[in-house]
Design a protein around this ligand. Structure first.
Ligand SMILES: [Zn+2]
Length: 490
């Protein structure tokens, strides 16, 4: 997450190819608004055209580059994908190595386009924030496949797009935020003690991009709006001073973010948020803004569904194509910033799972009570040098009246009894017998405990204890739902 800035840097005025390492006078203005009409045809521009969000999402479904799920993409995958992109582009994509990570992995810089306006995009400065990395290769594939269209020809004529996929490959290898020195690269813009940070700074200084895109993922509890919705994508026109001053370059960033919001809203209604614009003196996005490049931060966030990782890549792809086409067509410069200013601010009111209105038998020995249970999940990489896979961990984050929260999965447990998952072998539909909670030593329903839960109903309607000494919880129950985040549904 940003705690940093997600920037796509558009560099103006750089020569087309990586060979353009030589400094070119930076143009300080993006293509003029006067050209805004250029994108109005069916081939580009408006929401209904080939560059509309639905069309771009469908394009992605049909043609995206085949890579592992984003969190499992390795530096080797990135190197191979870059090689394929360069080979397939027949001279239209250039590649250079702009540095090496602490552990010696190449930091790649890919360039496409030959226009005077330079844009710089970097992804995965935080190793466990991967969603934009595959989208960078999908963007290159879109440019290659659609090269005969007016939209791509305009983009290549007017822009030079610089792409740094996976700026923190050592962190990505471990699926951790920090680099191999243990430094958060996005707090190293001033000290420049990380080779990855030095490479990014040197590239920006060489290219002097007009616009930058800083591409991150944010916390799974990030919400936007009221009632809270998942902040699946959050945007920020990065401030370049503590006063959060407006300037032509910050306006360009806001216009770009406004355009991106309007492209994404139809795909994820109500799920686009605005990241805090507080100036972080050590962060790259903020400093790249200070150094003269407009910066847009794009944060990918929580999303429900079986293929949320893929869907986030697709949203990044739609955002990037929209932003670049807006800049190349001149639409960005003519675009009002209202759609940015009215974005709901990021908050932290999202649960992974909310079990609502259950009768909670917490396993602690206290009497059952009615309430909601909030569960959050996180993912870690396991496998070391063997096959890599993600392991989901869950914990109970809150308990009681949780009506003010949103949830990726909301389970109405009215009339059901919630307990800790007390029987590993039990399957949904099975009859189970509750443990004697007064001597129970296993997990409980309390904050910090695992999120594995049972939802139960009495096995026979009207079951009641026969005597004053029997507890209803000693009766026979039927397992209606087993909640086991990250595990298979039995
Ligand atoms: Zn980040």
């Amino acid at each position: 997450m940003r705690t940093s800035i997600l920037c796509v840097v558009l560099v103006a005025g750089v020569a087309a190819l990586p060979g353009c390492a030589a400094r070119h006078p930076a143009s300080t203005t993006p293509p003029a608004a006067a050209e805004a009409g250029a994108g109005a045809g069916s081939d580009s521009g408006g929401a209904a055209g080939a560059l509309g969000p639905a069309s771009l999402a469908a394009w992605w479904d049909a043609h995206h580059v085949s890579l592992p799920p984003a969190p499992l993409v390795t530096h080797d995958d990135v190197v191979a994908a870059a090689e394929r992109a360069v080979d397939a582009a027949a001279g239209r994509v250039a590649r250079e190595v702009v540095g090496r990570s602490v552990e010696g992995r190449d930091l790649l810089h890919l360039t496409v386009g030959r226009g005077p306006t330079h844009v710089l995009l970097w992804s995965q400065m935080h190793g466990d924030e991967p969603s934009a990395t595959p989208a960078i290769f999908d963007l290159l594939e879109w440019i290659r496949r659609e090269r005969e269209t007016a939209a791509v020809q305009r983009l290549e004529d007017r822009l030079t797009v610089h792409l740094v996929p996976m700026l923190n490959p050592d962190g990505a290898q471990r699926y951790t935020r920090r680099n191999a020195q243990g430094i958060d690269i996005n707090r190293d813009a001033l000290h420049l003690q990380t080779p990855e940070g030095r490479a990014l700074k040197a590239l920006r200084d060489r290219l002097q991009p007009v616009l930058g895109f800083n591409l991150h993922n944010q916390n799974g509890q990030t919400s936007a709006g009221s009632p809270p919705r998942p902040a699946t994508i959050s945007l920020l026109a990065v401030a370049h001073d503590a006063a959060r001053s407006d300037s032509p370059r910050r306006t360009l960033a806001k216009q770009t973010a406004a355009l991106v919001r309007q492209a994404l809203e139809p795909l994820i209604p109500g799920q686009v948020g605005r990241y805090s614009d507080e100036f972080e003196v050590r962060a790259f996005g903020d400093n790249i803004g200070r150094w003269g490049t407009a910066v847009v931060l794009i944060e990918s966030g929580p999303l429900s569904g079986a293929d949320a990782d893929g869907a986030l890549v697709r949203l990044n792809f739609v955002a990037l194509v929209t932003a670049l086409d807006g800049l190349a067509s001149g639409r960005t410069a003519a675009h009002p910033i209202a759609a940015y200013d009215t974005l709901p601010l990021n908050e932290s009111n999202l649960l992974s799972i909310r079990v609502r209105n259950a009768t909670i038998a917490p396993g602690t020995g206290v009497a059952p009570f009615v309430g909601d249970i909030g569960v959050n999940t996180s993912r870690a990489l396991v496998g070391g040098d063997g096959p890599r896979r993600l392991q989901v961990a869950s914990r109970i984050a809150d308990l009681g009246d949780l009506r003010v929260f949103g949830a990726l999965e909301d389970i109405d447990a009215t009339g059901l009894t919630a307990t800790p998952a007390f029987d590993d072998a039990a399957r949904e539909g099975d009859l189970v017998r509750m443990p004697d909670w007064s001597v129970w030593k296993g997990a409980t329903i309390t904050v910090g405990q695992p999120g594995a839960l049972f939802l139960l109903v009495p096995a026979r309607t009207g079951t009641r204890p026969d005597s004053a000494t029997a507890s209803p919880l000693s009766e026979s129950w039927r397992l209606v739902r087993r909640i086991q985040p990250g595990g298979p549904r039995p």
